[in-house]
Design a protein around this ligand. Structure first.
Ligand SMILES: Nc1nc2c(c(=O)[nH]1)N[C@@H](CN(C=O)c1ccc(C(=O)N[C@@H](CCC(=O)O)C(=O)O)cc1)CN2
Length: 297
């Protein structure tokens, strides 16, 4: 009997994985061809997800492969897979979980989402490196620097925002960020940044979109007399709060609640929705399809 304190899968939990994500025109034989290719390389598939969008005729798949079972680098595996991808006109990626994503967080004055993400990152719930935090206010500096993370204060001049966003772009590129998270960052990103980082910027909007886009959604909801409030994690596009939705959740409210009650209830929803959305993004579980997403949660 071995040492029961060590989980029998300990070795696997310390292994790394390749993640193959595919989007392509639906066709017969895709699954067979891809799975046979992986098996032919000796690969062990530990997780397999697929979806056929019958309306658009688009096919989506996500395979997680035990890297040690393949015996080749991610780069070599990409080279070997490329002919199949070309044959099926695939949009695809193959990532190595040992290459942790670099993430830049952006925040204004509301701290709850930032605090929650920093805790989850510290607890190793988020498999990423937080390269920096950028804010248009100084409020969060001590919290962020306590975590040993660089903090950049980039104030935004309402009269000319271009200077600030040029600095934001410089900092994001200097940080070599793979993804950017707007953790209640309350400035509208200019088209130039939306285009430059398309598909890589995640926002948490404090309403159940498409209801109450824009500023002060809880006050809008209170005036409307809603019985549910919510939060939405979505990719950022030029059109405000209209990007592909990654995750949403709700909380029941009633006539006896004040706007401040809605804000308080909403904070808890925002935190969990953003954390789930970011985790799924980091794990390559989110595939964008037009202005919608396929999420292999
Ligand atoms: N290009 C985009 N930028 C941002 C998005 C987006 O979807 N596309 N989401 C917002 C977040 N947000 C709501 O979730 C939001 C933030 C800010 C505003 C707004 O009106 N801001 C004013 C300035 C307000 C201030 O100075 O305090 C502005 O930018 O003129 C609306 C919605 C983040 N960015």
């Amino acid at each position: 009997m071995g040492d029961c304190s060590i989980h029998p899968n300990y070795g696997l939990s310390m292994s790394h994985y390749y993640r193959l994500v595919v989007s392509c025109p639906d066709n017969l034989g895709i699954v067979s061809r891809v799975s046979s290719f992986i098996a032919g390389q000796g690969g062990s598939i530990t997780e397999a997800s697929q979806h056929s969008d019958l309306e658009s005729g688009r096919f989506f798949m996500r395979y997680v492969i035990l890297a040690d079972s393949i015996g080749m680098s991610a780069e070599s595996l990409r080279d070997a897979f490329a002919p199949i991808a070309d044959e099926f006109e695939m949009d695809w990626s193959l990532t190595d979980t040992q290459q942790r994503q670099r993430v830049v967080l952006m925040v204004s004055r509301e701290s709850h989402c930032l605090v929650d993400l920093l805790y989850r990152w510290t607890a190793n719930e988020l498999d990423c490196d937080i390269a920096a935090v950028i804010s248009n206010h100084e409020d969060m500096r001590s919290l962020v620097e306590w975590h040993g993370i660089p903090y950049h204060h980039v104030p935004v001049d309402p009269a000319d925002k271009s200077v600030a966003f040029a600095e934001v772009q410089r900092l994001i590129d200097e940080s070599r960020a793979d993804s950017i998270v707007l953790a209640r960052y309350m400035q509208i990103l200019p088209p130039s940044l939306c285009e430059r980082y398309a598909g890589r910027v995640i926002n948490i909007h404090h309403s159940f979109l498409p209801s109450f886009a824009g500023a002060k959604p809880y006050h809008q909801a209170y005036r409307r007399g809603v019985k549910l409030i919510g939060a939405t994690c979505h990719y950022v596009t030029q059109e405000l709060d209209a990007g592909p939705i990654i995750e949403q959740d709700i909380h029941r409210v009633s006539h006896c609640h004040t706007p401040n009650d809605l804000v308080r209830f909403g904070r808890d929803v925002e935190k969990t929705v953003l954390a789930r959305g970011l985790r799924w993004h980091l794990e390559d579980r989110v595939l964008v399809h037009g202005n919608k997403t396929v999420v292999f949660a």
